[in-house]
Design a protein around this ligand. Structure first.
Ligand SMILES: [Zn+2]
Length: 325
C-alpha cells in the first residue's frame, strides 16, 4: 500500500469499506447521441462534444459514483498527431479531459453540500490511461499480443508524455485500464518511479478466462512486479465479463495486499458480423448489483462498471453497497 493513497482509503472507510467507481464512459456518451466509429473512439468527444463528457460525469455523480474516470482512455498524443494535430493541441485535449471531470466534481459537490439531506461524498478524479492496445485500436487490449517489435522501452515511451501531462492537470489518482500483459505492467511500474509520480495509481487488467491475463500469462508473475511498487496502490480488473470476476478476486487476494478494484463490463459480447451486442448466458439470474455485493464480500473495495454499464447500474450498486440513497 503506497503512502499516498490516503484520500482513497479515507473514502473507502467513510463508506463502510467500499468506494463506487463510475460506469462506462463511452457507453453513456453514445447513449447521449455521440457517434465514434473511429480509432480515437471516445476521445473524439474531447474534440467535438466536450460538454457531453461533462454531462456524463454529472450523471455518474448523481447516480452515486465516488470516483470519476476521465475521458482520456483512448486519447493519446500519437493518436492526435496522426490526425494532423500539433503536439500542443494534443496536450491541451489531455488536460481538458481532467479539467472536465474536476469541474463536474466541484460543481456537483458544491450543490451537494448545500443540501443537508444529501449523502454524497466529494468524489475523486482518476485520470484514465488506456493500454497500448487501446491506442492500436486492433483489439490487442484483449489479447495482449503486441508483436515482437514492442519492448519495455517502447511501452514506456508510449506512456511517458501522456502520463506527465495528465498528472500536471491535477487529478487525484491515475487509472491504468485494460492492461493485457506483464510487459506493459512492468513498463508502467518502472515509469511511475522514473517520473517520480506523487499521486496513487491503480493498474487494472483485462482477462478473458478468469484465470490469466488476456495474454495468457499468470497473474502471479505480474503481481510480483506490482507488489514491489509503493506507487501502485490499487490493482484489479476492468472490462472483463462480470461472471469471471469473483474467481479473479479470490486469486488476487492470495497474491497481493493491495486494495482491489473491479469494474467489469456488462457481460454482453460484441458480435462484429451482426453488429449488435449479444446478451450473456444467465444474464437474468445474475444481476450486476448482486454480483457486486459478492465482489465486495470477497474483498474488492473499489467497485464499478465498464463498457455497457450505465448510470442506472451505478445507482443500484451504490445503493446496495453503501446502504444509503
Ligand atoms: Zn470497457
Amino acid at each position: 500500500m503506497g503512502s499516498e493513497a490516503g484520500a482513497v482509503e479515507e473514502l473507502i472507510a467513510r463508506n463502510g469499506g467500499v468506494a463506487v467507481i463510475d460506469g462506462g464512459l463511452a457507453t453513456q456518451l453514445e447513449a447521449l447521441g455521440a457517434v465514434f466509429n473511429d480509432p480515437l473512439w471516445s476521445a473524439l468527444c474531447l474534440i467535438r462534444d466536450p460538454h457531453l463528457i461533462k454531462q456524463v460525469h454529472l450523471q455518474y455523480l448523481e447516480a452515486g459514483a465516488d470516483i470519476l474516470v476521465t475521458s482520456s482512455y483512448q486519447a493519446t498524443i500519437p493518436g492526435f498527431l496522426s490526425r494532423g494535430m500539433s503536439l500542443e493541441e494534443g496536450e491541451l485535449l489531455l488536460q481538458r479531459s481532467v479539467k472536465l471531470a474536476l469541474e463536474a466534481r466541484d460543481s456537483f459537490w458544491k450543490l451537494a453540500q448545500q443540501n443537508e439531506e444529501s449523502n454524497y461524498n466529494c468524489a475523486l478524479v482518476a485520470a484514465s490511461i488506456g493500454s497500448y492496445g487501446a491506442y492500436l485500436a486492433d483489439g490487442s487490449e484483449y489479447s495482449g499480443n503486441y508483436g515482437p517489435s514492442v519492448d519495455l522501452e517502447k511501452l514506456k515511451d508510449f506512456h511517458r508524455r501522456r502520463l506527465q501531462v495528465l498528472v500536471d492537470a491535477g487529478p487525484d489518482l491515475l487509472a491504468f485500464e485494460t492492461i493485457p500483459n506483464k510487459l506493459e505492467a512492468q513498463a508502467i511500474t518502472e515509469l511511475l518511479d522514473e517520473e517520480n509520480i506523487q499521486i496513487p495509481s491503480w493498474i487494472c487488467f483485462s482477462s478473458m478466462d478468469g484465470e490469466h491475463l488476456s495474454s495468457g500469462e499468470d497473474f502471479k508473475d505480474c503481481l510480483d512486479i506490482l507488489n514491489t511498487s509503493e506507487k501502485v496502490s490499487i490493482v484489479g480488473i476492468n472490462c472483463a465479463s462480470p461472471l469471471i470476476v469473483e474467481n479473479l478476486i479470490r486469486q488476487f487476494k492470495k497474491l497481493t495486499k493491495k486494495l482491489l478494484a473491479v469494474y467489469p463490463n456488462s457481460g454482453e459480447v460484441w458480435d462484429g458480423r451482426a453488429k449488435k451486442w449479444l446478451q450473456p448466458e444467465c444474464a437474468n439470474e445474475k444481476r450486476f448489483d448482486l454480483l457486486a455485493k459478492r465482489w465486495h464480500e470477497c474483498g474488492a473495495s473499489l467497485i464499478g462498471g465498464c463498457c455497457r454499464t450505465t448510470p442506472s447500474t451505478i445507482r443500484s450498486i451504490s445503493m446496495l453497497l453503501k446502504n444509503k440513497p
